[in-house]
Ligand binder design. Sequence first.
Ligand SMILES: [Zn+2]
Length: 149
Amino acid sequence: MYLIGHAAVGVLLASGTTHPAAAFGLGWLSHYVADFIPHGDEAVGEWTKQGNQVARLAILVVPDLALIAVALAADFGVHGFVPSVMAAAIGALVPDVLWGLEIFFKRRLFGPHHEFHDRNHNFFRWKIPFGYGLCLQAALTIGMWRWII
Ligand SMILES: [Zn+2]
């Protein structure tokens, strides 16, 4: 799942609390739950492995983070800066950040986290075509952000 989708899920699930630490934790946990849902971007993961994986991940991550910045800026424009919203969004990204750091440094840094995180992906072994997955993720993400904002 793209980071913008994870951030949306995290912020939405953590919207019941205004405590930043609780929101961060809920955001973090939401990532693993969201990864269970088939999201059709397995081909993107394979594409990153067919070349310089770090460079290819950066190509994907930079616009993804830019979209999160835009969504958070829109939210802050409406509701003002809410620390729990920022904390939930950041928490929702942590599992992929940990995963990405291990890719970047080419070594395991966080024990069994990498395997745990990978196991959640495609848990149900349902393959969704990339186009459908992208549309599904975009629709869910836009819907959630619209609800939040
Ligand atoms: Zn993930």
